[in-house]
Design a protein around this ligand. Sequence first.
Ligand SMILES: [Zn+2]
Length: 373
Amino acid sequence: MMKKKVTKSDWDLLEHLTALPGLSGFEEPVRRFIAQCLEQINVPFEVDSLGNLVAHIAGGGPRVLFVAHMDEVGHVVSKIRADGYLSIERIGGVSAAALSGQPVQVWTANGFLPGVVGVYPQHLERQEPEPPPRRPFVDIGVRSREEAVACGVKVGAVVTYAPNFTRLNQRLIRSKALDNRLGCYLLLQLAMQWGEKRPPTDLFLAFTVQEESNLRGAVPVARAVAPQYIVGLDVTLAFDTPDLAPLEQSEVVLGKGPALKIMDHLPGSLYGTIAHPGLRAHIENIAAQEGIPLQYEVMMGLTTAISPLAFIETGMAAIGLSIPSRYNHSPVEVVSTDDIEAAAMLLQVLVASPWPEEAGKGEIKSELKGGGG
Ligand SMILES: [Zn+2]
């Protein structure tokens, strides 16, 4: 698949990336595939002890670190029941509403076992006006704990949504794990575009771990690379469905381009991102010059891998670019190919354009002077 140059519409590559199982802390299958892709195009990379993979394409100009997390939300087996059903515990913010009835894959040393998350019969719901919450369980078709163990199931076995990549009306894509294999896909495209050239930026492409579980997986990468600029790639929520549109919460929708993250925040945590002003102006200018559509994201309820990175060492200039997504953290995330192609174009020109040398520090100073505060 990777022998040829990947073009902007190589959806086979994205489909393959989304099909791989890669829960937080269990990213090995994704990392292995990305490593193979990079080896084929002779792009050097290193893997740290947490499993972060960082590719380096040496170029002139400032050190710029692009970050996309490899991990997806999902479950691990917490108990193998006597009757052979599997109790599961979530890793990351799995959509509980979308779990019941889902086809899943239970991973063993010998590959995966197909399974399904049990569904409470509709017929009985009438008898229970308010059915009690039930712990989800996975049915892999065995009759006993012994049989499940003989099939290779262990406590801690990874349970992922079954791959289901599909085009919807040509312009949309539906799949599990678009959060954030889409970011990995965009970084791989950059590697293929620049791998044999010398870009005007010193380019670091980080495929990082443990975003969905604790957000901090990319911290050692930022410390090791010590970049002047950090650009995070991830998905965000689109508010263009009948349930979310009436909330009047956000302007982000599918099909109007990638969203520049102005602010996000995960309530109940100290995590959140506020765009670096110099970096924001730089990206806005580049997008305007090139006629690339850009939306603006102000988002309560989530944050991403770059949130902790701004505060490392003496502070780092960081910003997020988001691909709008419907039904996030469910098995049926939906994104727009127009947005993906616009994001790919924006990244391409960002790498090809000169960056301000001074991490936007001058701009901050002048803003402070003007702000009187
Ligand atoms: Zn994400």
